[in-house]
Design a protein around this ligand. Structure first.
Ligand SMILES: [Zn+2]
Length: 335
């Protein structure tokens, strides 16, 4: 009798796991649905985002250099020595991480909130430690808290934040990823920052290359992908032995990511052309067009920082796609 009961319990458990894995894999394919789940679970109700650390945008503080990086560690991998040189020059540097760095396998929407928060705390602390080595104080390090691996779902909100930073800090120079098909969050961070800069006529934007399908992470002699889209001159950073060992020390701080092994990673920057984002995204981004297109369309029609979200746009969205309609509704509630 007892063994029959146990067998039944095991079967029920197996069915539950089977159903759960099917539900998860179904949701995983649908960003609109994930966004609804994230909202419903209270993880991401803009501006309340998991791991947001943005104690206003330090109004009127002198900012020579403003960096937008998708994840804590991209700043060091792609730009560590460049930032060291700015710092030694006495320039004021601020770093903005777009995502909370909690992701792997789209877990942002189903991982327990307290676990995700723990992950964020670790990554944010690692970033603070790494940047302190080149004298960037923790007050100058921000996190917007968008889900790691899910920036495509929040393009309008990211643009609103980026716009605010640019307006409040009026930086001398901006750095951002280039669009190169290495990681979706990198490409979309680049896309949004360049879109906002283009819209407000801010021109002093520089981009860095990190990794892409033909250039693995850690490559010492990094190059931008050859492209017809830009004629900007590529500036290769010649890293000295001393700078290399500092870069290694900074990467070592990001222990949870095991990136110290990439200490030979080279650096190259160039001025960004802020009129070519759409072509670059179409050409390089690895996120499927089908998945990305509704968000890009919505982003272009309705820039977050213009805050024009109306009942009419809800109805228009609803007519086109139920989930886009829901997204409009979520945006209306959460702004
Ligand atoms: Zn990254």
């Amino acid at each position: 009798m007892e063994s029959k009961k146990k067998t039944l319990q095991r079967t029920i458990m197996k069915i539950k796991l089977f159903l759960l894995s099917h539900i998860i894999s179904h949701i995983q394919k649908n960003d609109q649905l994930i966004k609804t789940v994230e909202y419903t679970r209270g993880l991401y109700r803009y501006p309340k985002m998991l791991g947001r650390h943005c104690p206003i945008y330090s109004k009127n503080q002198k900012t020579d250099v403003l960096v937008f990086a998708a994840h804590p560690d991209d700043d060091v991998l792609g730009l560590g020595t460049t930032l060291l040189r700015h710092s030694l020059n006495g320039e004021s540097i601020k770093i903005v991480f777009i995502t909370n760095g909690t992701g792997r396998d789209s877990e942002s929407w189903y991982i327990k909130a307290d676990q995700a928060k723990k992950k964020f705390d670790i990554r944010y602390f690692e970033a603070i430690q790494a940047l302190s080595i080149i004298n960037i104080p923790k007050e100058n390090i921000f996190s917007l808290g968008f889900p790691d691996g899910g920036t495509q779902r929040y393009l309008k909100h990211i643009s609103k934040d980026v716009h605010t930073f640019l307006q409040e800090l009026n930086p001398g120079r901006v750095y951002v990823h280039c669009i190169e098909g290495g990681h979706g969050d990198h490409d979309l961070t680049s896309y949004v920052v360049k879109s906002v800069c283009h819209k407000i006529g801010y021109q002093n934007v520089f981009e860095w290359t990190e990794y892409n399908p033909i250039q693995p992470i850690g490559t010492s002699d990094v190059r931008f992908l050859s492209t017809d889209n830009t004629s900007s001159e590529e500036i290769s950073i010649d890293i000295s032995e001393e700078e290399r060992s500092l870069k290694r020390k900074m990467l070592k701080c990001h222990q949870s990511q095991d990136v110290e092994q990439y200490y030979m990673m080279g650096e190259a920057i160039r001025q960004a052309d802020t009129s070519q984002m759409d072509n670059e995204l179409k050409e390089y981004c690895q996120i499927s067009k089908k998945r990305l297109q509704p968000f890009i369309k919505n982003f272009k029609n309705n820039n977050g920082y213009s805050k024009k979200i109306t009942a009419l746009s809800f109805l228009i969205g609803l007519k086109g796609n139920l989930f886009i309609g829901l997204e409009f509704l979520i945006d209306t509630l959460s702004i």
